[in-house]
Each structure stands twice: as C-alpha cells, then as structure tokens.
Write a protein that binds this ligand. Structure first.
Ligand code: SER
Length: 439
C-alpha cells in the first residue's frame, strides 16, 4: 500500500471512473438547489435526487463526483470517535439507469486493491440478507471467500431515502479491518460490531426502489447505482492511521488548534476531545460559510450557529478567549484551496462571519455558563424545559449544547418542555405581529 495524500486519492478516484465513461462534475454547493425537503447536502447522491426517480434527465447516465457533505445527526460522536465528522467529503460514482451490480462491484474491488493497493485479506463485505445476486458477483466473479461475505438486514444494508420519500435500495458495504489489536472483545466481528476496528469504507447502493408517502416500496422504472466512500476514512486507511484526525486532511488544522491552545495532542483524553471538536467544526463552518450560509436561528442557519457555538465552548474549556475560531480559517483554506478554490476566494468573508458570531456569543457565554453551572449543581437530575429555553433565548445556548454539557454530568434535559416553550414563544411573536397589523 503506497502512501497517498487526500488530494491524490480524490484525483485517482475521479480519474478511475472518468476512464470508465463517467462525466466528472464538481461538488455541488452544501445548500440544496430547488429542494425544500433538504436542509443541507449530506450525501453524494443528494444533488441528484431527481435523476434517480426519473423526474429529470441527467446530463449523462454515468457521473462521478467528490461531494462536500454536512451531517449533524450524530454530532455528539464528533470528537469522541476517530472517524465521525460534521463535514466530510464523499467520493461517488452514479449510474442512472445505466450499469448495475455486475459492473460496479468488480470496479469497486479493482479500485481498492489495484489503484489504492489495499491488501485484499483486510477487506470484508456485507450485503442485504436477500441479495443473492450481489453474493454471486462478490463470490463467483470477484472471488471473495463466502465466509468473508456477511448478510445483514434492513437496518445495516438498505440505504435511503434521504428524506421521507424518494429513491432507495439494498446496499453492499466494504469494510476494512484495522487489525486484531483494535478488537473490542473476543467475539469482535464485522458481522456484529461497529467498533473502531472495522472501518466502513465504501457503500454501494443499488437504488431500484421508490418509497412513497404511505411507506410503500415500489420498483423504479430504471435500476440505478449510488456509491459513497468517505474521503477521510479511505485516507486514514491508505495513510496507515487509526484516526481520520491523523490524516493530511485534518492534521494541519489539529496542529493549529494545538498551537493556539498550547496543548499537546494525545496527552489527555478530555483535552483531545475538545481539540478534535474544534478541528472538525472549524473546517465545517468554513465550508458552510463559503457556500453562503450565515449563522441564524432557523434551518441550516441554525445548524451553522449550533456547530460554531459548540466549537467556541470547547475552545473556552481549553482556555481560549473569544474570538479565536476565525484564526483557524487560514489553515483550513490553505489545506483545501487546491481542491476547492472557492474557499480561497471567500477567505475574508469566512473570517468576518465567524468573528462577528464569536463576538455576539462572547457577551453571553460566561453568564450562560454560570446559569448552567448553577443548574447542574443544584442536585436535580433534569434541567427543565423552561431553563433550557432561557439558556437558548437569553444566552444563545443551542439546545444541543445544553444537552451535551448536561450529559457530561449525567443530567438530562426536558427536550419536550423546551420545544413547548419554543412553540409558545413563536405563537406570542405571531400574536404580537398580528396586533401591530391590526392596530
Ligand atoms: N448514499 C449512500 C451513502 O450516503 C452511498 O453514497 O452512504
């Protein structure tokens, strides 16, 4: 296995599929275009939704991309594991009614073992329980021993749709074994485990179904392919690391955060979590702002604010004074400008937006933290909805942040109560606006 930079892997992937007749497109913006059902792009296939359902004609039946993605569904894992991020890049190849399983499965194997030189004995396959066709191709055409192909149910080996309705289908995943010494227990196996030993590197989705409003799965007119390989994860494997934060994609940013905080990485577990959170979030917010998102209280604007404020709190925990986050932007931009020139063009804008938000939050962070500390030490096991709302409304603490801080102390938050307060406030605001119109 030869060392390759993140940039080299990205280029190799796109070239591999261009050589196999794919049109290469640049990453779409993180802001979905003409799609009110999506807040933010979170998968390589998301910009192509209408091509999968046949609603729109694609510019080519084979497309390959490296797509910027933001996912916050499991944000509490980010910083705590070696491989979760809020922002990541997804390498993908897509077939819109063109090739299907018998082409894409051997290609994926060829790319991993020949182009990247991964040792085949480290690779394991999962398929959907009923997918005999995928089994036959992996086993008889590619030559994978049957005991290295695992059948799993819908929870693991079925993907989509990205929103309530849309295209979806069974999938086959390729996992990499980081080695015996990473095992979590004596029965650690790719069949049952999601521990750090097994890295899911590539997901091949056979998009042949459409889930409708009633929850029925109907066959699509044409069979499609949607694959996704996380660039950070494959870089981790290719670069011989056990954490994505140690790849060339993230290390320069992590080093910058260490330098700013005066902390050394890998000295203390709690510090490392904060260092990784700031690293991940600085990168994520830079890309979001570059694509035109600004912090706010609704939708994707709120997502940005929440991520940013989470980073600010962890910076504060490491002794940084606000504003500091904007000082990491140059490192992010310099590390990514070759692949994403728009970051360089937007360098100043990104810094300005972050600094302004930092100044806004600075005024209330200390007072909010004080209220929160009081609430966490008054002996109760739960923070009430009213107090969580006060932290949000008066001190700008996103609910997710309050939940996370409380969780660290084993305390829960009445999230339903929070939502109720939020709804009541909206109703009051609506009534007040009505009154202004009427009077
Ligand atoms: N859509 C699938 C995923 O996000 C494969 O690209 O994993």
């Amino acid at each position: 296995m030869k060392y390759m930079t993140g940039n080299e892997i990205r280029e190799k992937f796109l070239k591999f599929f261009q050589d196999r007749g794919h049109l290469m497109l640049p990453s779409a913006s993180l802001i979905p275009q003409d799609d009110p059902t999506l807040l933010i792009i979170g998968a390589g296939m998301a910009p192509f939704k209408p091509f999968f359902t046949g609603k729109m004609k694609p510019p080519a039946t084979r497309i390959t991309t490296c797509q910027k993605c933001v996912r916050t569904g499991d944000i509490e894992n980010v910083g705590r594991t070696a491989r979760h991020h809020t922002y990541f890049e997804m390498l993908g190849n897509f077939s819109f009614g063109d090739y299907f399983k018998k082409e894409v499965i051997p290609w994926s194997w060829e790319f991993l073992t020949k182009e990247l030189g991964l040792p085949s004995d480290k690779l394991y396959i999962t398929i959907h329980t009923e997918d005999d066709e995928a089994f036959d191709i992996w086993h008889n055409k590619v030559g994978i021993p049957a005991e290295k192909i695992f059948r799993k149910g819908k929870k693991d080996n079925f993907w989509g749709p990205v929103s309530d309705v849309g295209s979806c289908g069974p999938c086959s995943e390729i996992h990499y074994d980081l080695g015996e010494d990473m095992k979590c227990s004596d029965d650690c196996s790719v069949a049952t485990c999601e521990c750090d030993r097994w890295v899911e590197i590539w997901n091949l989705v056979f998009t042949e179904l459409f889930k409708d409003k009633e929850g029925n799965y109907l066959p699509l007119e044409k069979k499609n392919v949607d694959t996704g390989m996380g660039l950070e994860r494959i870089a981790m494997v290719v670069q011989g690391k056990t954490s994505t934060f140690e790849t060339d994609l993230l290390t320069p940013i992590l080093n910058k955060v260490c330098e700013m905080t005066g902390k050394k990485y890998k000295q203390d577990n709690k510090t490392d979590i904060s260092l990784r959170i700031i690293t991940d979030h600085a990168r994520c917010v830079s890309f979001m702002i570059s694509d035109g998102i600004v912090p706010g209280n609704e939708g994707r604007n709120y997502v940005l604010r929440m991520i940013m404020r989470r980073a600010l709190r962890h910076g504060k925990m490491l002794g940084l004074e606000l504003p500091f986050l904007y000082n990491i932007v140059d490192t992010v931009v310099d590390n990514y400008k070759e692949a994403y020139p728009e970051l360089d063009e937007n360098r100043q804008k990104i810094k300005d937006v972050i600094k302004k938000e930092e100044e806004k939050f600075k005024q209330t962070l200390d007072r909010g933290q004080k209220l929160l500390d009081d609430l966490l030490s008054d002996g109760s096991k739960e923070i009430s909805g009213e107090n969580a709302f006060k932290l949000y409304d008066t001190y700008g603490f996103p609910l997710e942040l309050t939940v996370e801080i409380a969780q660290e102390k084993g305390i829960s938050v009445d999230e339903e109560g929070f939502k109720k307060c939020m709804k009541e406030q909206k109703e009051r605001a609506k009534a007040a606006a009505q009154k202004i119109i009427l009077t």
